[in-house]
Design a protein around this ligand. Structure first.
Ligand SMILES: [Zn+2]
Length: 245
């Protein structure tokens, strides 16, 4: 008998297979995103102790190579985020985060920073009492995820001339980042969006903010949601994925 493979993991999705089984997609700490077969998952809820619901944070033990659809031997639940499940806005916010990971990071490659990001994000959503702040959290999550995957927009300097001093810049979605006034033909405002200095700095530094200091961050819901839309358009354009806003 081979020793079971073990990792911490977060449930991203699951689907029924055959009469009684389920395929479960996990973001794991050790192997990236993998799919495992949970035998009898639909018949015996007790065996997996409620740990197969989306967002559950588990310790999982596998039989077989993690990259080749192994069996789920057993699991124990670290956190099932009960307060998140009782709240529709929180469920939607958590669902969007999971969709971003499924669309952009569906790879059986170790991505410890992506794993930590999702775990932390779910924990913050679970605790956050103010639904208005979920928009800001969503924006930070997206910036951090794009940064982890090397997909961050280039906003430090104009993507065309390299100018860093310009105060007036446009976020050129198709061009991949900032374009200064000098380089923008008159019609560019139809292609991109003018960014204030505040917004630009937020987008440049947002991925460095630590979620452990989440309580100290402030940014209006309005601004967060406008920037979040912009980042979603940017990421969708460059990855050819339909991403939820
Ligand atoms: Zn320029």
């Amino acid at each position: 008998m081979s020793q079971p493979f073990h990792s911490r993991a977060i449930v991203l999705s699951r689907e029924n297979f055959g009469e009684a089984d389920q395929y479960v997609q996990f973001l794991t700490q050790n192997w990236g995103v993998i799919t495992v077969l949970a035998r009898s998952a639909r018949k015996s809820k007790r065996r997996y102790v409620g740990g197969l619901d989306i967002f559950c944070h588990d310790d999982i033990f596998l039989r077989g190579d993690p990259r080749e659809r192994p069996y789920l031997n057993e699991l124990s639940v670290l956190n099932s985020f009960p307060n998140l499940r009782n709240d529709l806005e929180k469920m939607l916010a958590a669902g969007r985060a999971v969709q971003w990971i499924r669309r952009l990071a569906d790879m059986a490659t170790p991505m410890p920073s992506v794993y930590s990001l999702l775990g932390q994000t779910l924990a913050v959503i679970e605790k956050e009492p103010n639904p208005d702040r979920l928009e800001l959290l969503g924006l930070l999550f997206k910036l951090k995820l794009l940064s982890s995957l090397g997909l961050k927009p280039r906003l430090e300097a104009c993507v065309r001339c390299g100018e860093t001093e310009s105060r007036e810049i446009l976020f050129d979605i198709t061009g991949g980042g900032a374009v200064c006034r000098k380089c923008s033909p008159r019609e560019l405002s139809s292609l991109g969006e003018v960014l204030s200095e505040d917004d630009r700095h937020f987008l440049i530094a947002g991925d460095q903010l630590k979620l452990t200091h989440w309580d100290q961050f402030e940014f209006s819901r309005e601004k967060s949601s406008a920037l979040s839309r912009l980042i979603t358009q940017f990421a969708s354009y460059h990855t050819h994925q339909r991403l939820p806003v």
